[in-house]
Design a protein around this ligand. Structure first.
Ligand code: SF4
Length: 259
């Protein structure tokens, strides 16, 4: 299936089902993808498409482009709920991620003080002190954990490093001391002859245990919404997501369903 790359560093604003009116920041190249995961459901496509030729934008370029866009939006009387780091890969892989976060927080306060700043991250860099410190400064650090069971985690997220396993991710997220939101996509399907399903009792019990250890502010559960690079993925219905959410809520976890 065809997927879509963002072709600019600042994109939108677009309406996000999870975040409201959102202006996006893509810290990865405009003509390729760079990520420490290679998820079967990635809306930016597989890593095999390559990183492109443009490279990542400099801190100065991000600052300049964001200032220009926020100024335009303010002059046009537009509203803004959130500035969201997302895009063609993992934003925390940007070499100056922490400094970019400081710039974005300053610009937000200057132009849209009521807007939130969110980072959608796959959690793989959350153990790096500078990245963790920056993630703790934003309003919503939304950190991915799709499975707490290694073979499913590997099947769905396909980490680039063989050393990246759920145990390490959970340990890193525990260090946020509850100051994080965990996002989990619910997914069943088959890829290259291997079946995976993170909605089984065993998977949900393992996720619940991980959530209870991490103690996040809340969990965001969602399902695939747009085109995915792998074909045989099943979209989990809103009703099933609600049933799964209820199971976690009964154990005292705050859950938001985005479907
Ligand atoms: S972590 Fe995000 S950007 Fe990276 S492959 Fe997965 S969905 Fe795509």
């Amino acid at each position: 299936m065809q997927t879509v790359l963002f072709h600019s560093t600042i994109y939108g604003p677009i309406h996000s089902r999870r975040l409201g009116m959102s202006l996006g920041i893509n810290l990865m190249p405009n003509d390729g993808k760079i990520c420490s995961f290679d998820c079967l459901y990635c809306e930016a496509g597989f890593n095999a498409q390559g990183p492109g030729k443009d490279g990542v934008p400099s801190r100065e370029a991000v600052k300049k482009q964001l200032r220009r866009k926020l100024m335009e939006m303010k002059e046009a009387g537009q509203t803004l709920d959130v500035i969201t780091f997302s895009g063609n890969g993992e934003p925390t892989l940007h070499p100056e991620f922490d400094k970019v976060v400081d710039d974005v927080l300053r610009l937000r306060t200057e132009f849209f003080p009521d807007a939130k700043v969110s980072v959608l991250s796959n959690s793989t860099m959350a153990g790096k002190p500078a990245v963790a410190k920056a993630l703790l400064k934003v309003d919503n650090n939304i950190l991915k954990l799709d499975s707490a069971i290694p073979h499913t985690f590997i099947a769905i997220n396909r980490p680039v490093s063989p050393n990246c396993l759920p145990e390490g991710v959970i340990a890193d997220l525990k260090r946020f001391d509850g100051q994080c939101i965990v996002q989990t996509i619910m997914l069943r399907g088959e890829f290259e002859g291997k079946h995976f399903d993170n909605t089984t009792d065993e998977e949900l019990d393992a996720l619940l245990k991980a959530y209870q250890e991490i103690k996040p502010r809340e969990i965001m559960l969602y399902s695939i919404d747009r085109k995915t690079p792998a074909d045989n993925l099943e979209k989990i219905s809103k009703e099933e997501l609600q049933r799964i959410a209820e199971r976690f809520r009964k154990a005292g976890i705050k859950v938001q369903v985005n479907a």
